[in-house]
Design a protein around this ligand. Structure first.
Ligand SMILES: CC(C)(COP(=O)(O)OP(=O)(O)OC[C@H]1O[C@@H](n2cnc3c(N)ncnc32)[C@H](O)[C@@H]1OP(=O)(O)O)[C@@H](O)C(=O)NCCC(=O)NCCS
Length: 153
């Protein structure tokens, strides 16, 4: 039987695990500690929600979204490579959409590398639709971003 997945707010003690997960994934944004810390204490930026997924007490994934009415932007979501394909990403995405469903928030938007077929399919399955393209949005390698959105009820 597979271990239950629990989703909770990201806290200071999670930052090392979260940075390590991101560093181990070619397609995750390689934010430094300071960026994740700023997600927890957004003094200078928009308010954010930041969650982690735990399986058997081990942090295996995370998601961060800004929340600035009328939009929430999903800034990052990632699951440790050997824990992928078990529903952890889906649980994280549902939880962060619920956490971002604050008064005045009408939709969640995100950007994704055009070549990241796994993430594109993952988002489509969660009800996101492609609504645009940002040319040369990503560096190393240079690539377009597809913009996706989903209404937040
Ligand atoms: C995208 C990512 C977060 C998905 O997490 P995951 O835990 O593997 O996804 P899940 O197991 O919850 O799958 C959820 C859905 O996505 C689909 N999916 C997941 N991986 C897929 C793949 N490789 N190909 C096609 N569909 C896939 C699943 O079929 C599933 O659909 P269902 O709910 O209809 O069954 C994970 O692959 C990841 O961390 N990738 C690297 C970082 C990244 O690209 N992040 C997004 C851009 S910043």
């Amino acid at each position: 039987m597979s271990e239950p997945i629990s989703i909770r707010a990201m806290g200071l003690p999670d930052i090392d695990a979260v940075v390590e997960i991101a560093a181990g994934l070619a397609l995750a944004p390689h934010w430094g500690r300071e960026v994740f810390l700023a997600s927890l204490y957004p003094e200078d930026g928009p308010p954010r929600v930041a969650l982690v997924a735990e399986v058997a007490g081990v942090v295996t994934g995370f998601a961060v979204a800004s929340v600035l009415a009328p939009q929430s932007e999903l800034e990052s979501i990632a699951v440790q490579s050997d824990a992928q394909g078990r529903g952890i990403g889906r649980e994280l995405l549902i939880a962060i959409m619920n956490a971002a469903a604050l008064p005045g928030i009408e939709e969640m938007v995100l950007e994704v590398r055009e070549s990241n077929r796994t993430a594109l399919e993952f988002y489509r399955r969660a009800g996101f639709l492609e609504v645009g393209r940002r040319r040369a949005y990503y560096m190393t390698p240079l690539e377009d971003a597809l913009v996706m959105r989903r209404p937040i009820p």
